[in-house]
Design a protein around this ligand. Structure first.
Ligand code: FMN
Length: 210
């Protein structure tokens, strides 16, 4: 009995922090390109010559933080309705696997070990971008706050607009190109992320160092 309890305790702790999870380094929160210069330079990287240079873990950390990291107690770098916890999940598809960004402890939780970059997008250039960020709705904070399902799409789409714009600006300041895509394989992403029927994939964003 004791032995069974010990085993289930061990497998529970393994499921919340797998060896392949990644604790991200601290994001960059100062300096860089002045914000008006970043706004003036904002542009999508061309799909015909998309940048494919490697992105460091520090750079990825900064980009994810800019998208929905914490920037003060109980609040985030982009606005979420009613100050709710982020109701968008960001998945990161890279050479080494598929991860879900955890803003709670600024880490990446591994979802699977395979390279799915070529499968999440319907545009071939994404396969050679070092990472593709995948933005999906997360019903949990919305349900917890009692928001009716008819409002979810408006809230989640607005949030992804803010998040992806923030990524464009932070990425540019780091010399990284990004492109917002809606030509994505929603069925594949649903299966790969075990997405419930009432959640949706809103966009994907390949990123690569120039
Ligand atoms: C809602 C939306 C959907 C988009 N979908 C795609 C897409 O599926 N494939 C693509 O190559 N670019 C896509 N884009 C990028 C646009 O083509 C690009 O933003 C537009 O040409 C303007 O260029 P700019 O971002 O450099 O200003 C999308 C952009 C938005 C805002």
């Amino acid at each position: 009995m004791k032995y069974t309890l010990l085993l289930s305790a061990l497998s529970f702790s393994a499921s919340i922090a797998m060896a392949s999870d990644i604790k991200l380094p601290a994001p960059r929160t100062a300096g860089g390109k002045p914000v008006f210069e970043a706004v003036a330079a904002r542009a999508s990287a061309p799909s015909s010559a998309f940048p494919t240079g490697k992105i460091s873990r520090e750079e990825l950390s900064t980009i994810l933080w800019a998208a929905s990291g914490k920037n003060r107690p109980g609040k985030w770098t982009v606005p979420f309705g009613m100050g709710l916890e982020p109701y968008i999940s960001i998945y990161v598809a890279g050479e080494d696997g598929l991860y879900r960004y955890s803003w709670e402890d600024h880490s990446l939780r591994q979802v699977s070990g395979g390279d799915v970059r070529a499968k999440v997008s319907r545009q071939s250039f994404s396969a050679s971008a070092p990472y593709t960020l995948i933005f999906t709705s997360d019903r949990t904070p919305l349900k917890k706050a009692g928001r009716a399902q008819e409002h979810w799409a408006k809230w989640t789409h607005v949030a992804v607009g803010a998040m992806t714009q923030q990524v464009y600006l932070a990425a540019d300041a780091l010399g990284i190109g990004a492109r917002y895509l809606q030509s994505l394989d929603a069925d594949f992403i649903r299966k790969a992320t075990n997405q419930p029927d009432d959640e949706e994939t809103i966009s994907i964003l390949p990123i690569g160092k120039r």
